[in-house]
Design a protein around this ligand. Structure first.
Ligand SMILES: Cc1cc2nc3c(=O)[nH]c(=O)nc-3n(C[C@H](O)[C@H](O)[C@H](O)COP(=O)(O)OP(=O)(O)OC[C@H]3O[C@@H](n4cnc5c(N)ncnc54)[C@H](O)[C@@H]3O)c2cc1C
Length: 390
């Protein structure tokens, strides 16, 4: 953990500033052309494969994938800069998110040469979208209790079970499913788990929508009924699923999406204050200061990943602090909007409507901030264990 908290001395370079400016210019042009409407929590809620392909053409998808596998061979720090800009504006990045964030690095670490050659170039081209096949109806925090089973059959495995809360499964090509391939050993519950790359268009896969309170459809229940997965799609080593899934979670937890989900709302609040429609309050300064701190911490994690150092505990800490902050931003705006906002003229009415729309979306999305990718209670346990406590 301590190594991941080294000050990011290499980050403030002119190259990084130039990259940031280039991404900002691209995003401004997208907004001006009406192809991008800034929103919140877009890495989960805004799936736009055309936008993802345009980003890929600029080399901003699969940035950290080596060039030999069709990626751009850029650093985790460069990827961090691009990611932050996309999230800060609220760009529709859900289509590339899971594949770019956690599947590509997992493939690089555990995939066979054939799997790398099959998936990585298409991920970098923005043409291959993945979901996450971990949670089940009775297995969320306690992931080792998954009941999905893999049974050996001729030439591969038959996978049977139910996954739930599978974001984007209705669009994704595949997910990596965690399944039990050996009977449960009560003395070592983490043994006997394996991962499989499951093509979501295979026979035996049923994807059922789970509609959110907002009326939107991001989640799914994915039922696997003896779905055949060939040996070539076994992911990593049979029986090593627990270690692999934890390594995947480290990538899932470590990025700036863990503090920027509601950033558009904060930006709209700042806009309203600077135009005199909302009074300045200390809450606002506190939110901005927390953002600045999280930016620095999250950047340090990108630095640790670049150096190949473990960052699991630091990532858990930043996710805990970050998701709490992004939820608090929603709470602060919600508390003050009712009685402090002055719409004034027509521009003011438009600004009011933007703020209220963002707030409504924020209130819908907020409960998920501290649940997805591991709840805050679970992360506190991870951090405590990382600090050597038992
Ligand atoms: C927006 C969103 C998107 C998601 N997308 C995906 C996805 O794409 N793929 C996927 O596989 N999953 C996904 N999930 C599922 C997510 O990973 C789980 O919701 C999460 O791990 C919690 O599991 P659970 O919902 O089963 O809650 P439970 O594990 O049942 O927990 C219920 C409550 O009990 C607490 N609790 C549980 N165990 C302990 C403990 N030991 N100590 C203290 N408190 C405890 C938890 O903190 C929580 O508050 C998503 C969830 C959300 C909200």
């Amino acid at each position: 953990m301590s190594s991941a908290l080294v000050p990011p001395t290499t980050l403030a370079s002119a190259d990084m500033d130039a990259l940031r400016a280039e991404v900002r210019a691209f995003l401004s042009a997208e907004i001006a052309a009406g192809r991008l409407t800034p929103w919140i929590d877009t890495w989960l809620t805004r799936w736009d494969e055309d936008f993802t392909r345009r980003l890929a053409e600029h080399g901003w998808v699969g940035m950290a994938i080596p060039t030999e596998y069709g990626g751009r061979g850029r650093t985790h720090l460069e990827r961090f800069v691009v990611t932050e800009e996309l999230l800060a504006v609220g760009a529709p990045v859900a289509a590339q998110w899971v594949a770019d964030r956690q599947i590509a690095p997992s493939l690089l670490r555990y995939g066979t040469e054939e799997q790398k050659r099959e998936f990585l170039p298409r991920i970098a081209a923005g043409e291959c979208c993945f979901g996450i096949g971990m949670s089940e109806p009775d297995s969320g925090s306690d992931l080792a209790s998954v009941r999905t089973k893999g049974v050996r059959v001729d030439g591969g495995w038959a996978i049977t079970g139910t996954k739930v809360w599978t974001s984007g499964a209705q669009h994704a090509e595949a997910f990596i499913a965690l399944a039990r391939t050996e009977p449960l050993d009560t003395t070592d519950r983490h043994a006997g788990l394996s991962q499989f790359i499951v093509d979501l268009r295979s026979e035996g896969v049923t994807i059922r929508p789970i509609v959110s309170l907002s009326g939107d459809h991001h989640f799914n229940e994915v039922v696997l009924d003896e779905v055949f997965v060939p040996d070539s799609r076994v992911f990593g080593t049979l029986g090593n699923g627990w270690d692999q899934v934890n390594s995947e979670l480290a990538f899932e937890r470590s990025g700036p999406e863990r503090f920027l989900s509601s950033f558009r709302l904060l930006a709209a609040e700042i806009g309203a204050v600077s135009e005199g429609r909302l009074p300045a309050r200390t809450d606002l300064g506190r939110s901005v200061a927390r953002m600045a701190g999280l930016h620095a911490l999250s950047q340090n994690i990108a630095g640790a990943l670049q150096r190949g150092e473990p960052a699991d505990n630091a990532a858990a800490l930043v996710k805990l602090l970050g998701t709490t902050t992004e939820g608090d931003i929603v709470e602060v705006v919600s508390a003050r909007l009712g009685d402090e906002f002055t719409p004034g003229d027509d521009d003011g009415a438009a600004a009011a409507s933007e703020l209220t729309d963002l707030l409504r979306a924020g209130l819908h999305q907020r409960p998920g901030f501290t649940l997805r990718g591991g709840t805050n209670e679970i992360l506190r346990g991870v951090i405590a264990r990382g600090l050597g406590m038992r």
